[in-house]
Write a protein that binds this ligand. Structure first.
Ligand code: PLP
Length: 384
């Protein structure tokens, strides 16, 4: 019998994050630091804008590019935040989340056999989505000692290297990269004529200093596909709305795929996103709350004896569990069974994530404190 599944799909494991989530769903009294999802509901003004849109009968397709009003608002917003101007006519594409934008970006630029540089530990989708195109991911380890930053001197592009995927603020480590760090990457990008796919979905969740947008670096706008979206900062994961910005030839190629596979992002989500761009007060409140929890998390980790890199962005802590002698998978499984706390093994995010666990602090203060107490119990139980 012929194999019914394509080789490229067959070779990929299901997401390790979902696995733990599924086990936890069958248990009671579980605290989940597992899923990277805000515990806030979408601010009311945004939900209300969607309700109004529905009442007025906005239920149709939009332009494949997305609503012009939204693209214009995103162009203005991005210019204000980063100083980079994107033309709403042909340099901005509205997508169903950063997830779709990432897939489009990779498919638009990669031929089978091309190589893509990824830094690890990294978000679980980059490697599979690269493999789905027939290209080869080339992973570069980052380490806690180096602040989980991608180091330019570790990038060794070959003739086949076409692109680099960057994700700062980073999932799962919370690492950020400043302008001078990024300039070193930009030099390699220019020298080897590469394209950068910069996933900046956590840009608004930057607690230490100001976020640097990769395309704002000298000469980088022409080489960068900037991805961003509403899921994290606006607590809009379920709305499925994001966008890509970049040079018109690259965005145009992405649009070609998008118009055949997706047609357009949902109109209700687009109307809501338009309102979200006007709701900066709500975002500021949520960011301040994450920052408070971040400090609680760092202090709590120290108190229970786990060495934890200080995250400068996103909403994840990534402590080392090496001293426990357990692998990250064993640690996560036993913590779930013994103390009913879900964390994600660092190994899910690449080989260099081994020895770490990812703990999302997008939960209430009460749950965070309870989870830390349970983790403390678990760790002291190991050393008895
Ligand atoms: N990029 C990163 C780094 C993420 O962490 C996530 C979700 O966890 C996504 C993209 C997916 O974003 P969206 O909900 O916009 O598809």
């Amino acid at each position: 019998m012929k194999c019914r599944i394509a080789d490229r799909v067959n070779q990929i494991r299901g997401s390790g994050i979902r696995e733990f989530f599924d086990i936890a769903q069958q248990m009671e009294d579980v605290i989940s630091l597992g899923v990277g999802e805000p515990d806030f509901v979408t601010p009311w003004s945004i939900r209300e804008a969607c309700i109004f849109a529905l009442e007025k009968g906005y239920t149709s397709y939009t332009s494949n590019w997305g609503l012009m009003e939204l693209r214009q608002a995103l162009s203005d917003y991005t210019y204000r935040e980063t100083g980079v101007y994107y033309n709403p006519e042909d340099e901005i594409l509205i997508t169903t989340g950063v997830s779709e934008a990432l897939d489009l970006a990779l498919r638009a630029i990669l031929n089978p056999g091309d190589e893509v540089i990824l830094h690890e530990p990294s978000y679980v989708s980059y490697k599979p989505c690269t493999i789905f195109t027939g290209a080869t991911p080339v992973c570069i380890d980052t380490s806690m000692e180096e602040g989980f930053k991608l180091r330019a001197d570790k990038m060794k592009p070959t003739e086949r290297t076409k692109a680099v995927v960057l994700n700062y603020p980073n999932n799962p480590t919370g690492a950020i990269m400043g302008r001078s760090d990024l300039e070193e990457i930009a030099d390699v990008v220019t020298e080897h004529d590469l394209i950068v796919i910069s996933d900046e979905i956590y840009s608004k969740l930057t607690y230490e200093g100001r976020h640097t947008c990769f395309s704002s670096l000298n000469g980088m706008k022409e080489r960068t596909i900037l991805l961003n979206g509403f899921s994290k900062a606006y607590a809009m994961t379920g709305w499925r709305i994001g966008y890509a910005m970049g040079p018109s030839d690259l965005i145009g190629a992405m649009m070609k795929i998008h118009q055949y596979i997706m047609l357009c992002a949902p109109i209700t989500a687009q109307m809501a996103a338009l309102e979200a761009l006007r709701s900066s007060n709500e975002v500021e409140k949520m960011v301040a709350e994450y920052n408070r929890r971040r400090r609680l998390m760092i202090q709590g980790m120290k108190a229970i004896g786990l060495e934890c890199f200080e995250p400068g962005g996103a909403f994840y802590a990534f402590p080392s569990i090496t001293p426990t002698g357990l692998t990250s998978e064993e640690f996560a499984r036993r913590l779930l069974m013994d103390e009913k706390v879900v964390v994600i093994p660092g190994s899910v995010f690449g080989a260099s994530g081994e020895g770490f666990i990812r703990c999302a602090y997008a939960v209430s203060e009460y749950e965070l404190k309870d989870a830390l107490e349970r983790m403390g119990e678990f760790i002291s139980g190991l050393t008895k």
